[in-house]
Design a protein around this ligand. Structure first.
Ligand code: IPE
Ligand code: IPE
Ligand code: MG
Length: 257
């Protein structure tokens, strides 16, 4: 039997405590709106696509930070339903970047125990993206430490319409429909609701992201532009989360009232 002193989580817990994070109150699911790539590029006199390319390093750093802190599910909003309205050049470049990144990173992610999947209207993505997503979704051979969920061609309203159509198609009656029924028909059926949502770039809005699932999430907004986002920013968000008092509609804790 492994002695407590050699337990693999012990070193991680110590590192988290040293970083001011309580390892036992880390959110299980963190969702991120990765925003600000275009502005980051413009500030450097570059095309928007330059910012998207640099955002890949931030994704790597965020995945590392999630693994180190013990977050179990990480959802990244990578492309919204509304983002299809952007110029074709930018959309094409984003799709190419997605395929290239999946090809490059899949092995590495697998070796770290990261299982990757997508939510959203995957059928609307270019065939090469769909093929890559299909290829990587098997996941690692060993234990899964982190589920990395990419929201691609995703919007909450699209997701809800899909869920309602399926429920009606299956002939559900009004009295069959409870909040827990809707949970089951959303793309996130097997995921816990995010406890923490991070948005970068200083915008304070949800932009059609997980409207149902974020009902009681804590929201952390940072002015950092996505391509500058690193581990320490992720840990800042976790620390911020740990200072919040979550009430879920009940009265405040006696000690703080
Ligand atoms: C986020 O950065 C990436 C996507 C939405 C695909 P933006 O491209 O929205 O960059 P800004 O917000 O215009 O700076
Ligand atoms: C939200 O960012 C979508 C993603 C990060 C993928 P946007 O840049 O598209 O959102 P708005 O337009 O500022 O609300
Ligand atoms: Mg934006």
């Amino acid at each position: 039997m492994t002695s407590p002193s050699t337990h693999p989580n012990e070193a991680r817990d110590r590192a988290m405590r040293a970083a001011g994070i309580d390892p036992h109150r880390v959110p299980e699911h963190v969702a991120v709106i990765m925003d600000g790539n275009g502005r980051w590029a413009k500030r450097r006199g570059e095309e928007r696509v330059f910012g998207h390319a640099h955002g890949v390093e931030s994704v790597r750093a965020t995945v590392e930070a999630a693994l180190e802190s013990g977050v179990r599910y990480l959802t990244l909003y990578a492309f919204s339903t509304e983002n299809w309205n952007r110029p074709k050049d930018e959309v094409d470049a984003l799709m190419d970047l997605l395929v290239k990144t999946l090809v490059q990173e899949a092995m590495e992610l697998g070796s770290k125990g990261v299982r990757l999947r997508a939510i959203g209207d995957v059928a609307s993505l270019p065939a090469a993206c769909q093929a890559e997503l299909e290829r990587v979704k098997e996941g690692p051979e060993g234990e899964v430490h982190l589920d990395l969920v990419l929201a691609l061609s995703y919007s909450a309203k699209w997701e809800m319409v899909e869920a309602i159509r399926t429920m009606m198609g299956e002939g559900l009656k009004p009295e069959d429909i409870l909040p827990s029924t809707i949970d089951k028909y959303l793309q996130t059926a097997d995921l816990p609701d995010p406890e923490l949502m991070i948005r970068t770039s200083g915008e304070h809005r949800i932009s059609n992201f997980m409207l149902w699932q974020l009902a009681y999430a804590e929201l952390h907004f940072t002015s950092v532009l996505w391509p500058d986002f690193r581990k320490e920013h992720f840990f800042d968000a976790i620390r911020d989360f740990q200072h919040r008092e979550r009430r879920f509609g009940a009265l405040p804790n006696a000690k703080s009232s």
